[in-house]
Design a protein around this ligand. Structure first.
Ligand SMILES: [Fe+2]
Length: 318
C-alpha cells in the first residue's frame, strides 16, 4: 500500500481524519492525475458535500505539506479523540486514522527533530488507540493490516506499539498499564537518532564495532525521554530494557528474567516479531508463521513464551 508514503515533501493521511465544518489551520491537497492540487486552503472548512464528492470520485486521502506539519500536530492533539468517537466511522476507517496519525508523528520525529510536544502527541495518539482497542472498536491486528512491512524506523516503532498493546490487552492488563506500555513501545527506538546514521542504514550485517555502537541506543532513548520530561518509571524501564533477554544474552546490561519487567518483556517480543516480519534491503521478511516458529523454538530461552502465545492470539483478531 502506498497510502502512507511520502509524496516528495507531502504526507498522505486518510480523509476521515478531518472534522467537517471546522476551520483548518493548514492547506490540504488531493492527488489529481498524479499531480497534487490544493483542495482546501488554510482557514477554510471541509463540508459534507465536498467530502462526499471526493469519496464518489475515489479520493480518500489528503496530502499535507511538511510546512504545515506543526499545525496538523496541533489539530491531531485537539481533535483525534473526537474524530475517533464518531459513530459513523467503521473499523477500517478508524484503523486508518490511527495508523496514519501515528506514522505522521513518528516520521516527523525521526526525519526532522524530537521535542517534548511531539512526544506528548505520540503518547496522546497511543491514549486514543488504547481506548479504541479496549472498547473493541478496532483491534491491534486490524490496524497492523495497514503496515506494508517495509522496514523504516518510524513505522517499526508504530508497529511495535500496536503489537505490544494487542499482547497487553490479550493478557488482561488494565488500560493505564497498557497505555504505559504503548508509550514505551512507540518511543523505544528514539535513541537511534543519536547513532551514526551509516550504521542505522547499513545494508547488511553490522561489524562488531558497529554493533557495540548500536547497543547504546536503549540508553540514548532513555536519556532522550528524561531530557524531554518523561517521568513514568514503567515507560522509562521499557525503553531502557527492550533488548534484554530472559537468559541474560541481551543488551545493554545483560539482565536476567527477574530483573526485566513484564512490560519490557512484551515490548521485546513485539520488537523481534516486527523485525523478523519486515522487509529490509538485505533480507526478505519472514512469514508470520516462520517468525513465530523461530521465536518459539530458537528463542525459547530468551523470551517469555506465554507472551508469544498472546501475540499469536491477538494476530488472529483482525
Ligand atoms: Fe531497539
Amino acid at each position: 500500500m502506498d497510502s502512507y508514503k511520502k509524496y516528495n515533501s507531502y504526507k498522505a493521511f486518510t480523509i476521515e481524519t478531518i472534522i467537517l465544518n471546522e476551520p483548518l489551520a493548514f492547506d490540504l491537497y488531493i492527488n489529481n492525475s498524479s499531480r497534487l492540487v490544493k483542495f482546501i486552503k488554510s482557514g477554510d472548512t471541509l463540508s459534507f458535500d465536498k467530502k462526499e464528492k471526493l469519496l464518489q470520485n475515489g479520493v480518500d486521502h489528503f496530502y499535507l505539506s511538511s510546512h504545515h506539519s506543526k499545525a496538523f500536530d496541533t489539530y491531531l492533539t485537539n481533535h483525534l479523540g473526537t474524530v475517533l468517537s464518531s459513530p459513523y466511522l467503521n473499523k477500517k476507517q478508524k484503523s486508518k486514522i490511527i495508523y496514519s496519525s501515528a506514522i505522521h508523528i513518528m516520521q516527523d520525529m525521526f526525519e526532522s527533530d524530537i521535542s517534548q510536544s511531539k512526544i506528548m502527541i505520540a503518547k496522546d495518539i497511543m491514549t486514543e488507540t488504547v481506548k479504541q482497542i479496549i472498547s473493541n472498536n478496532v483491534t491491534a491486528a486490524s490496524i497492523l493490516q495497514l503496515s506494508t512491512h517495509d522496514y523504516q524506523t518510524y513505522s517499526h516503532c508504530v508497529n511495535v506499539a500496536l503489537y505490544s498493546i494487542g499482547m497487553a490487552h490479550e493478557h488482561g492488563l488494565d488500560e493505564a498499564m497498557i497505555h504505559k506500555i504503548a508509550s514505551g513501545a512507540i518511543l523505544h527506538d528514539l535513541g537511534k537518532c543519536k547513532i551514526d546514521q551509516c550504521i542505522i542504514n547499513k545494508q547488511g550485517k553490522l561489524s562488531l564495532d558497529e554493533f557495540e555502537a548500536m547497543k547504546e541506543h536503549p540508553q540514548y532513548s532513555y536519556e532522550t525521554l528524561i531530557s524531554n520530561g518523561e517521568t513514568c518509571p514503567e515507560t522509562l524501564e521499557i525503553v531502557l530494557n527492550h533488548h534484554e533477554k530472559l537468559d541474560g544474552s541481551g543488551y545493554a546490561r545483560a539482565l536476567r528474567e527477574k530483573e526485566i519487567s513484564f512490560a519490557a518483556q512484551i515490548v521485546t517480543i513485539a520488537d523481534i516479531f516486527d523485525a523478523l516480519t519486515s522487509n529490509r534491503s538485505y533480507k526478505e521478511a519472514e512469514s508470520f508463521f516462520n517468525a513465530l516458529k523461530i521465536m518459539k523454538e530458537e528463542m525459547k530461552e530468551q523470551l517469555n513464551i506465554k507472551l508469544v502465545d498472546s501475540l499469536i492470539k491477538m494476530m488472529g483478531k483482525a
